[in-house]
Design a binder for this molecule. Structure first.
Ligand SMILES: *[C@@H]1O[C@H](CO)[C@@H](O)[C@H](O)[C@H]1NC(C)=O
Ligand SMILES: *[C@@H]1O[C@H](CO)[C@@H](O)[C@H](O)[C@H]1NC(C)=O
Ligand SMILES: *[C@@H]1O[C@H](CO)[C@@H](O)[C@H](O)[C@H]1NC(C)=O
Length: 588
């Protein structure tokens, strides 16, 4: 019955849309204000999990109205990013091209043109009409999305094209920002103006934030090319955008949440601002209590706070909220897998790893490795009971690897390297692969919020340590395995505040440097962790020295760029810039 009712509602909705379209056809034009209003309605539909209704609302006008065009292609781009299906990619790319044309119709012909020559002959910008201003903004946003998709094209040409689009897009955002600065004092702004300003906040903010994550060497180059990568500026622009009451407020909010809840965890020190994240999300929880994206972020915040039970509940609610975009389920499976791994409930964790292997297309190699890693934490009888085979699963990893833009994905490379030992004629088991992967994703900073769980992981590690030292005929991997265990033990001990013991563990790894054969990532990552330990002790100078040492003296190891990101973030929190200046010559 419910199904029938739903079908009927859908039908009548389509009817309404159809009627509305034919009605509007008479008026032939949709002005900016009406377009913004309708786009906002579409966004609300989207946040209420009505993805195809949002598309249907935008579609009829996408050739005439730039906001409809932008909204429509944004949804297609998101869909393509989620499914990774060539047909979705093509549809998104085609739609982006059409949308650029739609915007182009509204752009001032002799105004801001993004060709190189116009850099020298730029017109004063303050003669643009409101509509032309918005056209610039939408154009820049679509260009940026197109660049993002182009990067997935696996050729060097794709890379160059993508880079040029990003540069054009950034240039237009900067021009738009100049417009905001010129026009900000004018009284009685049109109602559409806040939407323009919100768009500029979001564009400039996101650009600065993303670039600020790059290693300083790269930032300097980017700044030379006219970009700016100022993290504080990026955050403040996005905060301003999120606080405003514009169409893009929620997008600024989601960008900030992405930063606090993912980027700082995976590519940083794991100290995202959870209080700000909660405050930002609060108004939308009231507005979209059953919105999949909102539920997802609620759960993620709980997870990072160490409240795993509540997080699991909310991820399940997020899955139950909608069926249309299955890929959101996959994001939840990934998170649930970790939430149960933190509690060492491997049977549950296995369930979600297995679902990912069966359903998601993003990175089969990573999922399969993850599944095998979790299985190897279970007793052998249980693995057999599940109808699985650890060695067989590990051996599948290599064949499942993918390449993006001609490059392999670091996590997949890492996984394939670790899985290699199962392909030999005398396979040697990995010791605590699931805990090692937990470290790769910076999970120890998350589980560290729960001392009792950290202790129980420590117990697991001590058992592994014992097993290794009792091994009657040590394999070629023996020392590497020991070092993995020592690194992870050190992390637990540091989280628990046992700094002296933690330091011993880290030093054990570092002193084994010359004898480590396979896991070349161990020493640089351990020195970094030791640096963080010194920071925790308050010895900032030693901490900075260690991080600089890793940056200067270690090359060509697994997950190198991930570590560089983390070092960059850690140095930022320690004010390394001032520390590097020569000591002042004030008399003692
Ligand atoms: C929009 O334009 C494209 C080609 O430019 C055309 O194929 C498509 O049918 C048009 N869509 C609408 C709704 O007018
Ligand atoms: C821009 O407007 C100013 C007056 O506001 C005018 O003097 C100038 O000629 C205009 N420039 C262009 C390129 O239209
Ligand atoms: C987890 O979060 C929920 C909701 O915020 C709260 O009611 C519960 O007490 C929290 N549990 C723990 C263990 O902190």
């Amino acid at each position: 019955l419910q199904h029938q009712m739903e079908t009927r509602t859908n039908n009548s909705l389509e009817q309404v849309c159809f009627n509305a379209t034919s009605l509007f056809d008479i008026s032939l034009e949709m002005d900016l204000e009406a377009a913004l209003k309708e786009c906002s309605t579409a966004l609300n539909l989207f946040l209420n999990n009505k993805f195809s209704d949002a598309l249907a609302l935008l579609k009829p006008w996408k050739n005439q109205s730039m906001y409809h065009a932008m909204g429509y292609s944004s949804i297609l781009v998101m869909q393509a990013g989620m499914t990774f299906e060539p047909k979705d990619m093509d549809a998104a790319m085609a739609s982006l091209g059409e949308s650029l044309q739609t915007c182009q119709k509204f752009r001032k012909k002799t105004g801001i043109v993004e060709t190189l020559t116009s850099l020298w002959t730029r017109q004063p910008a303050d003669n643009l009409t409101e509509e032309e201003m918005h056209a610039e903004l939408c154009y820049a946003e679509i260009l940026l999305q197109k660049a993002a998709l182009t990067f997935l094209d696996e050729t060097i040409i794709g890379f160059i094209k993508g880079g040029m689009r990003i540069r054009n897009s950034y240039q237009i955002f900067k021009d738009c920002q100049a417009l905001v600065n010129v026009t900000k004092d004018i009284k009685n702004q049109k109602s559409t103006y806040i939407h323009f300003k919100g768009g500029v906040n979001m564009g400039i903010g996101s650009f600065n934030l993303m670039l600020s994550l790059l290693p300083s060497r790269v930032i300097r180059l980017m700044e030379f090319l006219g970009f700016s990568g100022d993290q504080e500026l990026g955050l403040s622009e996005l905060r301003e955008g999120a606080a405003g009451d514009s169409l893009r407020s929620i997008l600024s909010t989601l960008t900030l949440l992405m930063f606090h809840l993912y980027i700082t965890v995976i590519l940083g020190t794991g100290e995202g601002n959870l209080i700000e994240a909660e405050a930002l999300l609060e108004p939308y929880i009231q507005k979209f209590p059953n919105g999949a994206l909102i539920l997802f972020y609620i759960a993620r915040i709980a997870l990072l706070k160490g409240n795993f039970t509540f997080a699991q509940e909310k991820f399940l609610a997020c899955i139950a909220a909608q069926e249309e975009w299955r890929q959101i389920h996959h994001l939840c499976y990934w998170e649930l897998m970790w939430a149960y791994s933190f509690e060492q409930k491997w049977r549950e964790a296995y369930r979600y790893a297995d679902l990912l292997c069966k359903e998601s297309k993003w990175s089969q190699a990573t999922y399969t490795f993850q599944k095998a890693a979790i299985l190897s934490m279970l007793p052998e009888e249980e693995v057999a009971e599940l109808g699985e085979n650890v060695g067989k699963t590990f051996r599948q990893v290599e064949g499942l690897r993918i390449r993006i833009a001609g490059k392999s994905i670091p996590t997949e490379k890492f996984a394939a390297n670790k899985a290699k030992r199962y392909s030999s004629s005398t396979p040697v088991q990995l010791v605590v692969p699931a805990l090692e992967m937990m470290y790769v994703w910076n999970g120890f900073t998350v589980v560290g919020k729960r001392p009792e769980l950290t202790k129980s992981i420590l117990t697991t590690l001590e058992k592994a340590e014992e097993q290794l030292s009792d091994d009657p005929n040590p394999s070629a991997y023996h020392l590497d395995d020991q070092c993995v265990v020592q690194l992870l033990k050190g992390l637990c001990l540091r989280q628990l505040g046992h700094l002296v013991q933690a330091e011993l563990c880290f030093n054990h790894v570092i002193s084994s440097e010359n004898d480590i054969k396979h896991d070349n990532y161990l020493v640089p990552f351990t020195i970094y962790e030791l640096g963080l330990l010194h920071k925790q002790k308050g010895d900032i100078n030693t901490a900075i020295k260690m991080m600089e040492n890793v940056k200067m003296n270690y090359k060509n190891y697994n997950m190198e760029s991930r570590l560089h990101f983390r070092i960059h973030a850690a140095l930022n929190t320690m004010g390394s810039f001032s520390a590097k200046l020569p000591p002042s010559r004030t008399p003692a």
